[in-house]
Design a protein around this ligand. Structure first.
Ligand code: AMP
Length: 312
């Protein structure tokens, strides 16, 4: 049975300076990307905040995809806005400006109807708010959390408290190194797991993602693309799709290692579509048939066709 994924995080407008042009007012926010991706697989419940400038049509479009938006707060003022500038090869970016706007006073309120959601994605917000969300829900079957360097440096203690209560941490390689002081990913993952989470997913952008858990290490490559337009939100699309896939099967990392690994492959493939478009537009137009086709190509790409031969 398909189960619900609860997603909490930022909803935004992004101003994106790309090497091929500047684009203002692009739909963004970590929760937006995650919700759009998760909704390809399972019903989603969304908690975030938007200002009076947020177009009702966008919320309606989300609703039509099976995203429950009754937990999206409408506040007086402007929606959160992030301005980023990408390097010529899109492999890195800098934040030019962050205008928190209504996000500055965001205190997630989990509606009663959301409290028993079995899958929870704690998007990258202040760890105290992530803890506050956990305090408002019945213990979900699977809690996945994201974070960022800002909180690693400024809210270490609170972040550590959070980590003791989540099942999976999904972060990028830089953040993993920042959090642990370990330069080697494997050591960084072990150090994070020692802080609480049973599983750690470390995302390495165009180099794929690795899952570290009790079963060892599982690595998924990023699908090699012909077109890369906008990497914004790739990690959020990945995390949203991962939870959506697990929720669609009623699985968690605790119940099934194969399900977790398969979800990683599908999540990586969804994220590969996301970065082909500007903002979440390619995710919004993605059809099941295109996803299925790329998954077949992905399988072919990683399959040896049989066991490796014995060494001579
Ligand atoms: P990612 O590429 O995974 O870092 O996610 C990009 C999204 O995160 C963008 O659409 C931004 O609107 C949003 N974002 C940027 N900075 C923050 C922040 N400090 N807190 C929450 N969301 C943010």
């Amino acid at each position: 049975m398909k189960e619900h994924v609860l997603i909490v995080g930022s909803m935004a407008f992004d101003d994106l300076e790309m090497p091929y042009g500047t684009f203002n007012d692009v739909l963004g926010g970590a929760a937006t990307y995650a919700a759009i991706s998760a909704s390809m697989f399972s019903p989603v419940r969304l908690v975030g905040v938007v200002g009076s400038d947020f177009p009702p049509a966008v919320l309606q479009q989300m609703q039509e995809r099976g995203i429950d938006i009754s937990g999206v707060e409408h506040a007086q003022g402007k929606t959160f806005r992030w301005h980023g500038r990408y390097a010529a090869d899109l492999s890195s970016r800098e934040t030019i400006h962050t205008a928190l706007n209504v996000f500055a006073d965001f205190h997630p309120k989990i509606p009663d109807s959301y409290r028993t959601s079995p899958y929870l994605l704690l998007g990258n917000i202040h760890p105290a708010l992530q803890l506050d969300v956990l305090a408002q829900v019945e213990r979900p079957r699977l809690v996945v959390a994201d974070t960022m360097n800002l909180w690693i440096h400024t809210e270490r203690k609170t972040l550590e408290k959070l980590l003791r209560q989540v099942d999976v941490v999904s972060i990028n390689d830089e953040e993993a190194k920042d959090l642990t002081g370990e330069g080697m990913l494997r050591k960084a993952a072990d150090a994070i797991r020692a802080m609480g989470p049973k599983s750690v997913i470390i995302k390495k952008g165009e180099h794929g993602a690795a899952l570290f858990d009790d079963d060892g290490i599982f690595f998924v490559p990023a699908y090699p693309l012909e077109v890369l337009r906008d990497p914004t939100g790739a990690g959020d699309s990945f995390a949203g799709a991962l939870l959506g896939v697990l929720a669609a099967q009623g699985r968690s990392d605790r119940s099934d290692r194969v399900a977790m690994r398969q979800a990683m492959v599908i999540a990586s493939t969804v994220a590969s579509f996301g970065v082909e478009g500007l903002g979440p537009d390619r995710l919004l137009s993605l059809e099941k048939s295109s996803l299925a086709e790329r998954l077949r190509a992905f399988e072919a790409m990683v399959s040896y066709g049989g066991p490796l031969p014995a060494l001579p």
